[in-house]
Design a protein around this ligand. Structure first.
Ligand code: 6CS
Length: 272
């Protein structure tokens, strides 16, 4: 009799609910964000200060949720989702553009930063590149792109062979490789290429944008699939900031359009 009662008692006991991630972060005092250090999406100054449109939006939202700080770690785009899934990050706030395959792997917020794709080229665009297909058609042409990034995928999907799509670790390296003739084109979103050109201040460089045939992408903050309650709480604050103008006040000085993010949705960007 006793055993049965014990079994019944155990079955009746309420199962431990999953600890609320937001309470964890409030207690932790900070959210661990993954970034790429690609201005103006994300940036790390020499003194370690983290800025950029994505971290600034995330910092403000987490503050409103009772999480006072964000602590950033720099990651290659292709390593961000595995890092999130391994719980090395609490959220990716890096301009990680929404695409169906990524939307299956993470819990995205509503859209934050939207941008078209661009090519950094030698002045005069001597090979006349306007699309990834143009690069594919030139058997000697090499295009640089971030590892695991959208531009790498777009180039490969357009038919540029693997050995002519060169993984470039950061913007400065991409500019240098183009200047040295080791690349014929370097591809990043428009605002990232614009930032690199301004800093390079090199009259022998030019940008072609938007890349013909490439979509305008939007990112969202990307949460672990099990943290949809945290994602939803983030979205409530994001919506309030979009409504009040606080969202535009953060991202538009970086060159991003608040209207572009407000005019679309996660469902639309994820192709749901
Ligand atoms: O989402 C991505 O993969 C791309 N996003 C940005 C902001 N830069 C390059 C990267 O490939």
């Amino acid at each position: 009799m006793k055993k049965t009662l014990l079994a019944v008692a155990l079955l009746a006991a309420p199962l431990p609910a999953f600890a609320d991630r937001l309470d964890d972060l409030r207690e932790q005092g900070f959210a661990r964000i993954a970034i790429a250090n690609e201005p103006p999406f994300t940036a790390v100054a020499a003194d370690g200060t983290v800025s950029g449109a994505a971290p600034d939006v995330a910092r403000e939202i987490f503050k409103r949720l009772g999480v006072p700080e964000v602590v950033a770690s720099i990651s290659e785009y292709g390593a961000m989702i595995p890092g999130l899934q391994a719980h090395r990050h609490d959220v990716i706030t890096a301009g990680l553009f929404m695409k169906p395959e990524r939307c299956k792997a993470v819990a995205y917020s509503e859209p934050v930063l939207c941008d078209a794709e661009a090519l950094l080229l030698p002045k005069g665009n001597p090979k006349g590149f306007k699309s990834y297909e143009d690069i594919a058609a030139d058997p000697t042409a090499k295009v640089g792109a971030p590892g695991g990034g959208t531009e790498e995928k777009l180039a490969l999907n357009a038919g540029v062979p693997r050995d002519r799509v060169i993984v470039v670790p950061d913007g400065q390296s991409g500019v240098k490789m183009l200047q040295d003739g080791r690349l014929d084109a370097y591809s990043l979103p428009v605002l990232s290429i614009s930032d690199l050109m301004a800093k390079a201040d090199d009259p022998n460089l030019e940008m072609f944008a938007p890349v013909v045939g490439a979509p305008v992408y939007c990112d969202g903050a990307a949460f672990n699939k099990n943290d949809t309650a945290l994602r939803d709480a983030f979205d409530v604050e994001l919506a309030k900031m979009k409504e009040s103008g606080d969202f535009a006040a953060i991202i538009e000085p970086y060159g991003f359009s608040a209207a572009a993010a407000i005019s679309t949705s996660r469902a639309e960007q994820c192709g749901e």
